[in-house]
Design a protein around this ligand. Structure first.
Ligand code: ZN
Length: 406
């Protein structure tokens, strides 16, 4: 299709700039909610494309939004068509950009996620006069533990969006990605301090409660469904070696294939902690620090993406349901509207896993940037098709309605 070629040519013209941005962001890693350098660079590049950029979206300093479409509007809220008096809303596709890093650098490759999103947007913005709808780019901070997309969802930043997409680099190539739901628990035990040698009978050890909790959780593991994960750390093990610990704390991340089951696991962990408190004569306080939902992959959209990957020379199958995986706040987006989160190969298997320091080296190679540009094209073409083919966007929405999970 001629318009597909035009989009790809525009992305090729943008390529050097996109790689330059990706390299700068890689060299300047920023933790969740502190991505000022990256957000500034990306917003600046969007401005150069001739679109209006809204910064500080959803009350998040490092979130941003821009849109392109035939109408030439750069709406502020994306709420068109909600009031009832406006015209029928235009079909709208959002491409999401992540750009936060981890303490060991860009070991999750979000410098490639944001430049792929930006390049895809640049390709579509180049033909905005022919776009049969709107394309929105959303800069979404703090995927690594901050749940930026959840805040943006709650504040309405995705209202009016029909389908959302993003792509993540790893060492494999798949059009779908089954991620785990999470529930993050903090458990704090309060005991009684006493001299550990002179009067241990007067104390109640909060550390003993923490240790007992870990043992009970380990005993319970066998009974959790396949694919579940529970991992914890002790965040406070006591105050001094010669004092019975008055306070001790730990955190657990409970993960499962569904949000409901992650909650069940977390409830079980909580019961283990309550039992430990009873056994040690301590008091338990708990907090739920948040959680991500599992990814519901929209197959109608993912399979169109896969078709474009094929014409671009790469095969992207559906991921096997039992593949090793992590969690993402894109899961929450996928529970709110049809969404895809394909993964793309930037290195050979064994070159390091996501979040490992050595993987950070793989996210800044010529091969990684070539893959990023290819994925940008596949996303842009998929977004264009969704806008241009009412039947495709309808099937994506029908599938979403039928697959709703808790
Ligand atoms: Zn990541």
């Amino acid at each position: 299709m001629a318009v597909h070629d035009e989009i790809c040519r525009a992305i090729d013209r943008f390529k050097d700039q996109a790689i330059g941005l990706g390299r700068q962001i890689h060299a300047h890693p920023e933790l969740k909610f502190e991505e000022r350098f990256a957000a500034g660079l990306l917003a600046g590049a969007l401005g150069e494309l001739g679109v209006e950029v809204e910064r500080g979206v959803a009350g998040l300093e490092t979130a941003f939004r821009a849109e392109a479409g035939k109408s030439g509007k750069s709406g502020k809220s994306g709420k068109s068509g909600k009031s009832g008096e406006s015209d029928k809303p235009e079909p709208t596709v959002a491409i999401l950009a992540e750009y936060d890093a981890l303490p060991n650098g860009h070991s999750c490759g979000h410098n490639l996620i944001c430049t792929a999103a930006l390049s895809a947007f640049a390709g579509l913005a180049a033909i905005r006069g022919q776009l049969p709808g709107r394309v929105v780019i959303l800069g979404t901070p703090a995927e690594e533990g901050g749940g930026g997309k959840i805040i943006m969802l709650e504040k309405g930043a995705l209202e009016g969006v029909d389908v959302a997409m993003m792509a993540h680099p790893v060492d494999g190539e798949f059009a779908t990605f089954p991620t785990l739901a999470t529930r993050h628990l903090r458990l704090t035990f309060h005991g009684h301090a006493s001299h550990a040698a002179a009067a241990p009978w007067a104390g109640a050890s909060a550390l003993a409660a923490v240790l007992q909790t870990f043992q009970s959780v380990d005993a319970a593991r066998l009974h959790f469904r396949d694919g579940s994960r529970i991992h914890g750390i002790i965040t406070n093990g006591g105050q001094a070696v010669n004092i019975i610990p008055e306070k001790a704390a730990c955190e657990f991340l409970c993960r499962a294939h569904t949000t409901g089951y992650a909650r069940e696991i977390a409830d079980r962990v909580l019961r283990c902690a309550e039992a430990a408190a009873a056994a040690t004569g301590t008091k338990l306080a708990h907090e739920v620090l948040g959680g991500y939902k599992n990814m519901i992959n929209n197959l109608a959209t993912a399979h169109r993406y896969a078709r474009h990957c094929e014409t671009l020379g790469v095969t992207a199958h559906d991921a096997p349901p039992d593949m090793p995986t992590g969690s993402t706040d894109m899961g929450d987006v996928s529970h709110a509207l049809p969404a895809i989160h394909p993964i793309f190969r930037i290195a050979d298997p064994g070159a390091g896993n996501c979040h490992e320091e050595r993987f950070a080296k793989q996210t800044d190679t010529p091969r990684a940037y070539e893959a990023m540009i290819r994925v940008a094209k596949a996303m842009a073409l998929t977004a264009y098709d969704l806008l241009a083919e009412p039947a495709l966007i309808e099937s994506a929405k029908r599938e979403f309605a039928a697959r709703q999970e808790t």
